[in-house]
Design a protein around this ligand. Sequence first.
Ligand code: FES
Ligand code: FE
Length: 377
Amino acid sequence: MTTATSLISTLPGRFYTDPEIFRSEQERIFESLWYCAVRSADLDRPGAFRTVQAGRENVLVTRTRTGELRAFLNVCRHRGARLCTESAGEVRRNLQCPYHAWTYGLDGTLVAAPNLQKMPDIDRTEYGLVKVALREWLGYAWICLADEPPSFEDTVIGAVVERLGDTVTIERYETEGLTLGRRISYDVAANWKLIVENFMECYHCATIHPELTDVLPEFADGLAAQYYVGHGAEFSEEAQGFTVDGSAGFGRLPGITDAQDRRYFAVTIRPQVFVNLVPDHVIVHRMFPLAEDRTVVECDWLYAPGVVASGADLDKSVELFHRVNVQDFDACERTQPAMASRAYRKGGVLVPAEHHIGAFHGWVTEMLGKGSEQRNP
Ligand code: FES
Ligand code: FE
């Protein structure tokens, strides 16, 4: 006797195309949760700043005179001009608004404004830049725009522990101390959820990732992500390292145990970070969802400081995951137009190996406050 297996539906197509749903995601997801903004070492000296888009807000991150990182809304308190118009830069002492020259310290305090002496006494702290919560972890500055940020320990660190299992700790890779070897930014014409869903499943690996499945043969089986919790995926016997042609990589990072050696681990940290861990490097993806059909993904390849300082050729090491990225993002871009098709009005289906994507969809609809009746009108 055979029994029919019922497949789970995906989200309907409009979740990937509707600007209203995207606006709601900006508010309830990207402006409510911890959001990985910048790599701390990119702000290597006092006066350095970066700006990033987080939900509907543009956020300014600065390195202060005393060496801390601070985050603010990138909005001048006078008449609202964008304070820093560049995505990165460095100032000698203060940040000056290009409109009427109000001037702020790197800690956000209003320090000067033309003709301020003719104005009534104004509180320079009250009219300073609006602060945004900031935490540093894994060598990155994470910001949170919520009035009351959720627990970082529970929602970020706890999620990583849950997804790696107790035996593998991300701390052993000592990501904070690694050096940026390469950074590639991908401008992807796809909704951010297509990118998350793609990262969460390996059902596509055998079809689109020949180089990756050569190094990680188990990936050709298309097993679900949960299968790898605690033990990761083993390198093939022929692979000497995690490189595009299986040639040797670099020495393993000092904290890596035998149990972590020759293995690949991956974690999705909701809502916008993916971390890939291999014995000799760490790859961190940060997604910046800019519109319902556009997401910029910034990918960092991080190595032991000595490897980068030695001028070692990183190309074969970087090329493996760069190809994976291009293969994945091409697939996402091929999928995005179909989200508006009548064929996808009620969504598609998830095969058993993708059932954890159903949990992601449940999380998204819960965050948006949408019940199943709204999900399937
Ligand atoms: Fe910035 Fe006027 S808007 S100084
Ligand atoms: Fe992939």
